[in-house]
Design a binder for this molecule. Structure first.
Ligand SMILES: Cc1cc2nc3c(=O)[nH]c(=O)nc-3n(C[C@H](O)[C@H](O)[C@H](O)COP(=O)(O)OP(=O)(O)OC[C@H]3O[C@@H](n4cnc5c(N)ncnc54)[C@H](O)[C@@H]3O)c2cc1C
Length: 283
């Protein structure tokens, strides 16, 4: 049970949603955009969130898009992880999002909600980070279209009241070779129905023009893609074991220690994953 009352709004246009957010903020109601609501409800039940109003974005047509348009794949922020997985329009995203929670919960969790969530894992973003996609964001100033490399730094960089509306990527990217791996405290998650759990390490790698891009979750306290790490891992004249050994020097922050695993264990798991991913994509 949520131990307080809150207003529920379901706008049918972007302009209405943005305006509502401004009005509710002015009224001191600390509104939140509402995708699947799984995090908002869980945190509210735990007395960690007290929104006096939520703005459900599932009635906004642009947020529900899942289509190819003029050589691009356009994914609305309110598309659920199940819809994305079932469509399989971007197989790497199907894998990254398809190992989050279980099927029933993925019927609720939205792509936007997962990548804007407060948890440190946000696994669906791994596929977006390596795909060099663009984000369509709406706010009081109208629309902005930003490459993910500029819009994401440890978290999505949204101004107060801004709404992530769509993710846009080249259709070509969806056909590139990829590897996606996830290990929880209980073991490797090889397919979506396998094991539910937050990752010890989760990884995505995509090969384009002989260069492999990588993104990781669970290793540090935020998901990341590191250009420095990619330069090392794609180095043409270093052996695979040498690249993997040196990789730890290119991490953007300390390796996480928590109940699922110590930093030393995570590093071990990560190095094994790197080896497997490089072997797979380098052939
Ligand atoms: C049992 C269980 C297991 C899970 N396991 C994993 C896991 O292993 N890995 C993993 O990554 N996740 C996992 N999750 C999911 C994660 O914890 C979040 O619950 C989920 O990602 C939130 O998605 P949502 O659509 O329900 O978001 P919501 O609860 O609707 O929103 C979450 C946050 O994002 C904001 N938001 C939502 N949409 C937008 C938007 N379009 N623009 C701007 N802000 C927005 C909201 O305001 C809110 O602050 C698990 C969840 C459960 C319940």
């Amino acid at each position: 049970m949520i131990p307080f009352d809150f207003e529920y709004h379901k706008p049918t246009s972007l302009a209405e949603a943005i305006e509502l957010f401004a009005q509710l903020t002015e009224q001191g109601k600390e509104p939140l955009y509402y995708g699947g609501g799984t995090e908002t409800i869980s945190f509210s039940r735990l007395y960690q969130l007290f929104p006096r109003a939520v703005i459900d974005i599932k009635g906004i047509p642009e947020c529900n898009t899942l289509a190819y348009r003029e050589g691009k794949l356009v994914i609305g922020a309110a598309a659920t992880l199940s819809q994305i997985q079932a469509s399989n329009m971007f197989p790497l995203l199907s894998w990254c999002g398809g190992r989050v929670a279980d099927h029933t919960i993925r019927n609720k969790i939205t792509l936007g909600g997962n990548i804007c969530s407060r948890i440190p894992y946000r696994e669906a973003i791994l596929a977006l980070l390596v795909s060099d996609c663009e984000l369509i964001i709406w706010g009081q100033q109208g629309q902005r279209r930003v490459p993910i490399g500029q819009a994401y730094n440890q978290a999505l960089l949204l101004e107060q009241g801004e709404l992530l509306v769509q993710i846009v990527l080249d259709q070509e990217i969806t056909k590139m070779p990829f590897v996606s791996m996830k290990k929880t405290a209980d073991g490797l998650v090889n397919y979506p129905q396998d094991r539910i759990g937050y990752p010890v390490v989760s990884a995505a790698a995509l090969k384009k023009d002989d260069q492999i891009s990588f993104a990781f979750s669970g290793l540090c306290s935020f998901p990341f893609r590191s250009r420095e790490l990619e330069t090392l891992l794609n180095h043409p004249s270093l052996s695979l074991p040498e690249r993997v050994k040196r990789a730890v020097q290119c991490l953007p922050s300390n390796i996480l220690t928590d109940m699922s695993g110590s930093a030393a264990y995570r590093e071990f798991v990560w190095q094994n994953m790197l080896t497997a991913m490089l072997q797979d994509l380098e052939g």
